[in-house]
Design a protein around this ligand. Structure first.
Ligand SMILES: C[S@@+](CC[C@H](N)C(=O)[O-])C[C@H]1O[C@@H](n2cnc3c(N)ncnc32)[C@H](O)[C@@H]1O
Length: 258
């Protein structure tokens, strides 16, 4: 007699918790996040290769600090991503779809009888993070716990209010900085900028408040008129990258009154 077909394990008994863990320092984890972590049966972490090993290590440290026992942390190889695609939006959609397949399989493998799966999201899950979009495709119900974002840490370290009175704040990426500047935006928070796109602006027209590896022991801050501090930022950025192998930086640009 052939074996009966294996039962299809649906994910109906599974819930997910998307938990913001702050931007690098384990003290920046909220009490709500800690309580959520304590309800998780298994944490899934995208494995983005050796260069991102530090980011897995920081998550491990967050769990060590805040969760008793031996939390299960499982790495899921991150699907390859086209880095310079002709159609950026489609490439990102394909990558998210591949991630959803990988997460779904990992949940089936790790929680065959159901349970709570946790995703520890860098900073806050609402800012330039794909976990929520991917989970919509995985098809598990989920809740989101906010985290302290790198933008908040940047503002706090520089003792800044991001907007001048009554003005708007635009959060954007290095890739789209020029577009926002041309649209007349005055207060720009720039993230995901691999090559200091602000160097292409009229450097006499802006002030900058810059921060790299915020919350980590290698945190660096520089602020001043863009033209006067750009070189210092470039050097500090290179040095941070050399010492740790990676650098994450965020900055506020503010248009000077004309
Ligand atoms: C994929 S986004 C994730 C943002 C994250 N969800 C948040 O709330 O901060 C990564 C970008 O966030 C910024 N970032 C994250 N952590 C940072 C840190 N510790 N210091 C400075 N910038 C950081 C950088 O602009 C980086 O390129």
């Amino acid at each position: 007699m052939p074996d009966p077909p294996a039962p299809v394990v649906e994910l109906v008994e599974t819930r997910a918790l998307v938990i913001g863990i702050g931007a690098g320092h384990p003290d920046q984890v909220t009490v709500e996040a800690i309580n959520a972590m304590r309800r998780v049966d298994v944490f899934l972490v995208a494995d983005k290769g050796p260069e991102a090993a530090d980011l897995v290590a920081i998550r491990t440290e967050v769990l060590r600090r805040h969760v008793t026992g031996q939390p299960r942390l499982v790495t899921v190889p991150d699907p390859a991503r086209e880095r310079s695609p002709r159609d950026y939006a489609k490439a990102v959609d394909d990558w998210h779809a591949a991630r959803a397949v990988a997460y779904r399989q990992a949940i089936r493998d790790q929680l065959p009888g159901g349970g709570t799966v946790g995703f520890l999201v860098w900073g806050d899950p609402s800012l330039y993070d794909s976990t929520i979009r991917v989970l919509d495709q995985v098809g598990v119900p989920y809740d989101v716990v906010p985290g302290v974002s790198s933008v908040q840490v940047l503002a706090a370290r520089h003792r800044l209010v991001l907007n001048r009175v009554g003005e708007a704040v635009t959060v954007t990426t290095g890739r789209r900085l020029l577009e926002a500047v041309h649209a007349g935006r005055d207060n720009l928070v720039v993230m995901l900028d691999g090559s200091l796109a602000c160097a292409d602006l009229d450097v006499d027209g802006w002030d900058i408040w810059w921060g790299a590896n915020l919350g980590t022991p290698d945190e660096v801050l520089v602020a001043g008129p863009l033209g006067a501090v750009l070189e210092e930022i470039r050097k500090a950025r290179d040095a941070a990258k050399q010492s740790r192998g990676w650098v994450m930086d965020t900055y506020l640009l503010r248009r000077r009154p004309r």
